[in-house]
Write a protein that binds this ligand. Structure first.
Ligand code: 13P
Length: 301
């Protein structure tokens, strides 16, 4: 492992590459990354990166986003089959039909979407800024795709807006049910329960705090409490245990493991750098419009 880490560092210099890793990545991958964070933080880093190559340890839509905001860079996704079922729950044709049913209504798309869907939308958002992005629009009605749970969470924060939602969901977060929250409250009565807004609304309603992966991490860092139940992918629990060893962390549900995020291993990062694989290409047909959608988000927040 040490040898592989050394080789990765050497190749990184040689290729003038930066390694970005999402909070859900395996610990071994997070350790070799230059930056670890949530989707928003990583998309900003990709937009401002100075290196020639971006190795994106995450899922396809994240690497695609990096390519859209940094089109002159070589963007590599170490595992070509690391997809996102949520992003695949909406097609551009489906979105066009929804838009035709609500003419003139602006579309906010969650970053967990394809480049085509981004191109067909007006502005992008992540879980860390969704409320801010929707609030930035002067319109009363807003189409929000593809995550229904995040959309519902946003709608609850701004009851004066009318959100038209798509019925997409994250298959990992959807496993959590209200009974799981009741159970952990009984088991750990003093622990704070921190939940990602991709969980269903009945679950989010029982949380002490709802936020993106980085917001959950920040909450646990700043809180004076000593025990927390984490309602998002287990990678966040690993990071928290590693960095805040004086506090206790429990995973809300044993099924909170994203199989796609876990595909990337240290070996995959090495191969990505060694063989320049797998290079992300975005069809020029929608790259520019998708870039505008992302740029609008980066300008608002
Ligand atoms: P973050 O916005 O916290 O990075 O979440 C992204 C994601 O895909 C959650 O499942």
């Amino acid at each position: 492992m040490l040898e592989l880490t050394r080789e990765i560092q050497r190749l990184k210099q040689e290729r003038n590459a930066v390694i970005l890793a999402h909070n859900y990545q395996l610990e071994e991958v997070q350790k070799v990354a230059d930056y670890v964070g949530d989707s928003f933080y990583l998309s900003k880093l990709a937009a401002n990166s100075q290196q020639d190559v971006i190795v994106f340890c995450g899922v396809r839509f994240m690497a695609e986003t990096a390519k859209i905001v940094s089109p002159t860079k070589t963007v590599l996704l170490p595992e070509k089959d690391a997809g996102c079922p949520l992003a695949e729950m909406i097609t551009v044709e489906g979105l066009r039909i929804l838009k035709s049913q609500h003419p003139g209504v602006p579309v906010v798309c969650y970053i967990n979407s394809s480049a085509e869907v981004k191109a067909e939308s007006d502005i992008c958002c992540t879980s860390a800024n969704a409320v801010k992005i929707v609030a930035s629009l002067p319109d009363h009605k807003v189409i929000f795709v593809p995550d229904e749970n995040l959309g519902d969470y946003v709608a609850k924060q701004m009851p004066d807006k009318e959100l038209i939602l798509w019925k997409g969901y994250c298959v990992t977060h959807a496993k959590v049910q209200p009974k799981d929250v009741h159970q952990v409250r009984e088991l750990y009565p003093t622990a704070k329960i921190l939940i990602h807004p991709e969980c269903n609304p009945a679950v989010a309603a029982l949380a002490d705090f709802v936020g993106s992966t980085s917001e959950i991490i920040r909450y646990a860092q700043l809180s004076e409490e000593s025990a927390f139940v984490i309602g998002t992918e287990m990678g966040v629990v690993c990071t928290l245990k590693e960095t805040l060893s004086n506090k206790q962390f429990f995973l809300l549900h044993p099924g909170l493991v994203c199989p796609n995020m876990k595909k990337t291993r240290l070996e995959s990062v090495y191969r990505a750098l060694q063989d320049q694989q797998y290079e992300i290409h975005v069809e020029p047909e929608y790259a520019l419009r998708a870039q505008l959608t992302l740029q609008r988000m980066l300008e608002v927040v």
